[in-house]
Design a protein around this ligand. Sequence first.
Ligand SMILES: [Zn+2]
Length: 268
Amino acid sequence: MRIHQLGSLRLAQLHDGYGAIDGNRVFYPAKQHEWEAGLAPDPVGFMMNAYQPLLITEGRQHTLVDTGFGEANPNRKGDLREGLAQLRVSAEQIERVIITHAHGDHVGGNTVTRDGTPVPTYPNAEYIVQESEIAAIREANDELWRLRFAPLETAGQLHLVDGEVALSDAVTLWPMAGHTEGQQGVRFSSGGQHAVFVGDLGLSYKNFENPHWGASWAWSREYDEANRRMVAEWAVEHDAIVIMYHDPRTPWIRLDRAGDGYKASPVA
Ligand SMILES: [Zn+2]
């Protein structure tokens, strides 16, 4: 587990398993021969993908960012509950859950099924989501809404926000639409150090090295790239650690400007 003390915050990245993802869609419109170096894709372009929520501890307050694939992932090979147990944090102690965006691999652990009914996994937490993100999926009223969000609303645990919101002196919700309409990241500043959790603004460090390579399924590829550049510029100026959810080998990077994009260096 990756743990970093950032001023008054402890950031711990948990592990909720692996999957495979099509690199040709992650780095659209690049061709496989352009992106594959170092990523070891299979012959048709699928590469390893990880689900890595973040636990923020500030004093005695625990905040989880994204909840993993949860029980929906058949081949988990990782379980964020084990990471929480290692850190001696119980589900009951989580006070806040920040949801970056409403895709199944980020919100699958919002709820667990008990006696056939989905209930909040973190019974004492408020789940914080951007209003614009919820509006889209509430209207769709599909399984994702019914299984992973409606039970939170029923329990009075769904907390909607609109735009940038400071949760404390050190932790700020940072809207970064593009991958979805209401995606938010989380910005950390404490003790003169800085970091940002970017959700799926970048699925791999190569999305930051080449900001015009973005997920083909993004809600808006234009916003996705523009916000990737905006966040990368902030990271360069603040020498910030950029924390990704999916990158299995180098989820924490620092960025320097290079040509039309950036050079990523892994943070140990
Ligand atoms: Zn994702």
